[in-house]
Design a protein. Structure first.
Lengths: 113, 112
């Protein structure tokens, strides 16, 4: 069974469109994350979220918004897509307590044309 | 800015040789973790070392941590072609919600 699953795996869309990427984890974790990996493989955290708090990386444009319908899901909504949004987006989850690892999804490759 | 920086950015070795990757970070941490990413795939956790630990082993992996120098190293012994991947260190500094901050990664190529 897949621990952290993201859909879609590939997403090609035009500039200006609005899109969503879904993420689900079946590990019972209480904290979920979204990361962006650029073409140079730099991984940058965008959001971390548990049922009490959302932490937003200050460099993330407000066109990006996470939405969590329940503890097992953290979806990423992106409005007015721009060329620079093209990247691989990873969802991850972990326990809130220290000293445990994070589990990652397989990534969603977003291409904005 | 990135919390961690890996060194070297790229490393190419022959099968059977050892591979050493280094990571430096900037702020105090609770633990440091190493992850592997195969091409086109997600990240897979390899090993976690806590801030009060200095060395940890897992199979062919050996991790060291020097909190005074804010640095860590990952040693892969007797490398195999299947070890070819990108390796990232990630630092865990907790506030009210956890965040893992990743370094820039080392691309390891193991030649058969």
């Amino acid at each position: 069974d897949t621990a952290v699953s993201q859909t879609p795996k590939y997403l090609v869309t035009q500039m200006g469109n609005d899109k969503s990427i879904k993420c689900e984890q079946n590990l019972g974790h209480d904290t979920m994350y979204w990361y962006k990996q650029d073409s140079k493989k730099f991984l940058k955290i965008m959001f971390s979220y548990n049922n009490k708090e959302l932490i937003i990386n200050e460099t993330v444009p407000n066109r990006f918004s996470p939405k969590s319908p329940d503890k097992a899901h953290l979806n990423l909504h992106i409005n007015s897509l721009e060329l620079g949004d093209s990247a691989v987006y990873f969802c991850a989850s972990s326990h809130r307590h220290q000293n445990t690892e994070a589990f990652f999804g397989q990534g969603t490759r977003l291409t904005v044309v | 800015s990135q919390q961690g920086e890996e060194d070297p950015q790229a490393l190419s070795i022959q099968e059977g040789e050892n591979a050493t990757m280094n990571c430096s970070y900037k702020t105090s941490i609770n633990n440091l973790q190493w992850y592997r990413q195969n091409s086109g795939r997600g990240l897979v956790h390899l090993i976690l070392i806590r801030s009060n630990e200095r060395e940890k082993h897992s199979g062919r992996l050996r991790v060291t941590l020097d909190t005074s120098k804010k640095s860590s190293s990952l040693l892969i012994t007797a490398s195999r072609a299947a070890d070819t991947a990108s390796y990232f260190c990630a630092t865990d500094f907790t506030g009210s919600a956890r965040q893992l901050t990743f370094g820039s990664g080392t691309q390891l190529t193991v030649l058969p």
